[in-house]
Design a protein around this ligand. Structure first.
Ligand SMILES: [Zn+2]
Length: 302
């Protein structure tokens, strides 16, 4: 058994290792890669082969938790997680065999041990959020409360501060969970390339929403996304560039008439009436035509 300080050291190393492989938590990581972490010469997979909760044999507390990818039915990977107070929830294992794993989450809570949360963004691919902490146990609901900061106090239902804390937690969850998972999911689906120009540098890529998140009703989140480089994302949002439901790039008329340097010539005007250079291989991940149509109508009317 590792001592609590060694168990902390393992987590610190695991998270540093993950940070390198995910560009500080921005990019998705595969199940195979998650199995390659080593600590003091021994391999310590960061994900369990068959279970949601990963507790290495020599640890008291869980090391990682996993939320599976649910591609169908228009659900987002985090749809089941957000609690009424804005903090995400993680379900305990309901069956009798899960009791040891459930206990390892309670231990993580008692010891204040940081965990890695792996959120599925495609089969075999995960967005890693780290560190997260078990901030509370809701035994009656078979779930634990997750927080991004060890010091984070849970809002008390009776506290006059409740609304303020809730707003804070909702914002935090959006910034730490929703937005990064959306980006990971979309950028991975496009093979880490800009849909418009095929630029392949993760640090220069964003996931653009086709219509605002709250309007995507019933559409799998990835189908409301486009992987775009910074310049094409900005051009899309500024109404300089539109994309038709048939995946054709449309540059605004006044821009086409402008004469300027190479970025305008090649990066914008040169792409006019061309097809998207990259779309996801999997049909189910390609941009939704109805959403593109709505957005393109806005582009035309602006
Ligand atoms: Zn681009």
């Amino acid at each position: 058994m590792l001592s609590p300080s060694d168990e902390r050291a393992l987590r610190t190393e695991a998270m540093a290792w993950l940070a390198v492989r995910t560009h500080d938590g921005r990019d998705a990581i595969s199940r195979g890669d998650l199995g390659q972490f080593t600590f003091r010469g021994e391999r310590v997979p960061l994900i369990d082969a068959g279970r949601g909760i990963r507790k290495p044999g020599n640890c008291q507390a869980a090391l990682s938790i996993m939320t599976v990818h649910t591609p169908r039915g228009g659900r987002r990977p985090y749809d089941d997680t957000d609690g009424p107070d804005g903090f995400p929830r993680y379900k305990l294992r309901g069956d009798a065999r899960g009791s040891a794993e459930n206990r390892s989450l309670v231990r993580a809570h008692e010891l204040g041990m940081p965990l890695v949360w792996l959120v599925g963004v495609a089969p075999g691919w995960f967005h890693a959020i780290f560190p997260v902490f078990v901030a509370g146990i809701e035994e009656h609901l078979d779930q634990v409360v997750l927080a991004y900061d060890h010091a984070q106090a849970l809002p008390l239902p009776t506290s006059p501060m409740e609304e303020v804390l809730r707003a804070y937690a909702v914002r935090e969850t959006r910034q730490r969970l929703h937005q990064p998972v959306f980006r990971s999911m979309v950028v991975r689906a496009y093979g880490t390339r800009c849909a418009v120009c095929a630029l392949g540098h993760s640090q220069l890529l964003d996931a653009a929403h086709i219509v605002p998140d709250r309007d995507e009703a019933g559409v799998a989140a990835v189908r409301n996304g486009l992987a775009l480089c910074k310049i094409h994302h900005a051009a899309y949002d500024a109404g300089i560039m539109g994309i038709t439901p048939d995946y054709i790039v449309d540059i605004r008329d006044d821009i086409l008439e402008e004469v300027d340097g190479p970025l305008l010539e090649h990066g914008l005007k040169g792409l006019h009436q061309g097809r998207l250079m990259v779309v996801p291989e999997r049909r189910a991940e390609r941009p939704d035509r109805a959403l593109l149509e709505r957005r393109y109508a806005e582009f035309l009317s602006a």
